[in-house]
Design a protein around this ligand. Structure first.
Ligand SMILES: [Cu+2]
Length: 544
């Protein structure tokens, strides 16, 4: 079934506002906001021990799910009998885990928008996990209907808000939209001592946007190169409400959208009453790959698809109030025509603060010291500089090395030596901001430079001053907001050998052509210049 705007426009049908956001769906019906409670996915229980590792099974299945209590249950995908998403698998540093993925999907076309030649293969990728290539869950490792595959996770990395999602070749965006994703946080010996809110006072939310048909069934159109839904869906529920006490909560945000960036603030939804109308304080304590050395207060938070932030939100002093998690990020980000509808994707979820008295003994440490979140000077001293680029050919977003853009199947160009450290400087001359993600490596943001690029050669014609990362994005990460007309640089040490991928985490872009192989091999990259210092990096990025 082919969706598209062409026939509609040709027939002279006026485009309602929803069509501006999503050319293939008519737009979601009205649905009550902030009525349904925000669920937390169940925590998975192990089904035993396998080869000395704690064993879990994830069975991908077609089922049904109610995205709103106003609608009936509708077809969707999930794991282990959940109609949508999967259970939370909590892993622990030093304790290996084996996850068996079973493909329990039906054969044949599952949803009207699925590709007719789609054979419903699945893959589980533990995003942010430092696992061997054979266990990474990347295109080429497809698990066919009725078969299984084991993934071994050594969990030798620090506490981090990892998540899992389907990564099947060319259909990742479809499978994640249909429901194949879940939380897989890794914890360690340090985390319990941080005295952050825990138990019922720790929540995780996967932030998504979706469009629905008249009776609440999913609608999706692979509007290459992006898809934007017109309603917020948090943990599988449209615009839910979270009841909280007037105290601190640890909240993990995961942007699991296809293409929508979210620029979030807390806005009073009433009543002010006697509480403070200054928004509950948000302190970012962690990001993709671990804790920040210096937790940092923010008034607003930009989160791109694939990124995670762990935030302590303090509702003390706000008894009886309702606070909306608002979003004002344009779609496509940053200056697409689809500004969020103030009544829809502009309001993601609400926090209803209770009135009962509470004692809150949790605290936000001013300093969290881990091996992974210190200064990056030593890494820069040992790093070589690799320049990569993002652009478009004929409207198709693509990645490339320093010289040119490449297709996914083209010869690998990103080939760090095992054990080496590289800074990647991403020249983004495309018309969009993209979140770039490398597999197999924990990374840190180093700097950005505003830049202009030649329209023909795409080489920088002007480069502004070096801009340090913002405090909240300076911790361990694996996915980076790379603004258009910017050079964005990150650093990492490659400790896992083999071939995996790096890609844009706008899932539609990843499926279209914005993914490239990443081979960590044995050849020293001697043609790449040494970085040594930030000052030298600033000089190097200015060389053509
Ligand atoms: Cu992209």
């Amino acid at each position: 079934m082919v969706f598209g705007m062409g026939p509609l426009l040709a027939a002279g049908v006026m485009a309602p506002s929803a069509l501006a956001e999503d050319a293939g769906c008519e737009g979601s019906p009205d649905v009550p906001f902030f009525v349904d409670p925000a669920p937390q996915p169940p925590v998975a229980t192990s089904d035993g021990v396998k080869n000395g590792a704690t064993h879990y099974t994830l069975t991908a299945q077609k089922g049904v799910h109610r995205f709103s209590s106003a609608w009936p249950a509708v077809p969707s995908l999930g794991y282990n009998g959940a109609g949508y998403l999967g259970p939370t698998i909590v892993t622990q540093k030093g304790k290996p885990v084996i996850v068996t993925l079973k493909n329990g999907l039906p054969k044949g076309q599952m949803f009207p928008w699925d590709k007719p030649d789609d054979v419903n293969n699945v893959i589980v990728h533990r995003h942010g996990g430092l696992q061997a290539v054979k266990d990474d869950g990347v295109p080429g490792q497809e698990v066919a209907v009725g078969t299984t595959r084991d993934y071994y996770y050594p969990n030798s990395q620090p506490a981090a808000p990892l998540w899992y999602h389907d990564h099947a070749m060319d259909v990742t965006s479809y499978r994640v939209y249909e429901g194949l994703a879940g939380f897989m946080p890794n914890t360690d010996a340090i985390e319990p001592w941080l005295n952050l809110p825990k138990g019922d006072y720790a929540k995780a939310y996967v932030l998504q946007d979706k469009t629905f048909n008249a009776y609440g069934s999913l609608c999706y159109s692979h509007n290459e190169p992006e898809f934007f839904g017109d309603l917020p869906v948090i943990n599988g529920v449209v615009a839910p409400v979270q009841s909280v006490d007037a105290r601190k909560y640890k909240v993990t945000f995961i942007n699991g959208s296809d293409s929508r960036f979210m620029h979030m603030t807390l806005k009073l939804n009433g009543p002010a009453g006697t509480g403070s109308v200054t928004a509950p304080a948000m302190t970012v304590v962690g990001s993709d790959e671990g804790y920040l050395r210096n937790p940092t207060k923010v008034n607003d938070l930009l989160i791109a698809p694939g990124e995670r932030y762990t935030v302590v939100v303090n509702f003390a002093g706000h008894k009886g109030q309702s606070w909306v998690l608002a979003n004002d990020a344009a779609a496509p980000y940053p200056d697409g025509g689809g500004a969020p509808d103030n009544d829809r994707t502009g309001r993601l979820m609400a926090f209803q603060v209770g009135t009962r008295p509470v004692i809150d003994l949790s605290s936000v440490p001013p300093l969290i010291v881990t091996a992974e979140n210190g200064g990056t000077a030593l890494q820069l001293l040992q790093a070589r500089l690799r320049t990569v680029q993002a652009g478009e050919i004929g409207g198709m977003p693509m990645l490339g090395d320093k010289k040119s853009l490449h297709m996914f199947m083209d010869k690998v160009t990103e080939t760090p030596k095992l054990g080496s450290t590289e800074v990647w400087a991403m020249r983004n001359w495309s018309p969009d901001t993209h979140p770039f993600h490398e597999h197999l490596v924990s990374l840190r943001l180093i700097a950005r430079w505003r830049a202009t690029f030649d329209e023909v050669t795409h080489l920088p014609t002007w480069i502004g001053p070096m801009e340090p990362p913002k405090a909240f994005e300076s911790g361990p990460k694996d996915t980076f907001v790379s603004p258009k007309n910017y050079i964005t640089a990150w650093v990492g040490t490659y400790k896992i050998g083999g071939t995996s991928v790096w890609h844009c985490h706008l899932l539609s872009h990843e499926d279209t052509s914005m993914m490239r192989p990443l081979t960590i091999g044995t050849t020293a990259q001697t043609w790449l210049p040494w970085v040594y210092t930030r000052a030298n990096l600033d000089k190097l990025v200015r060389q053509p």
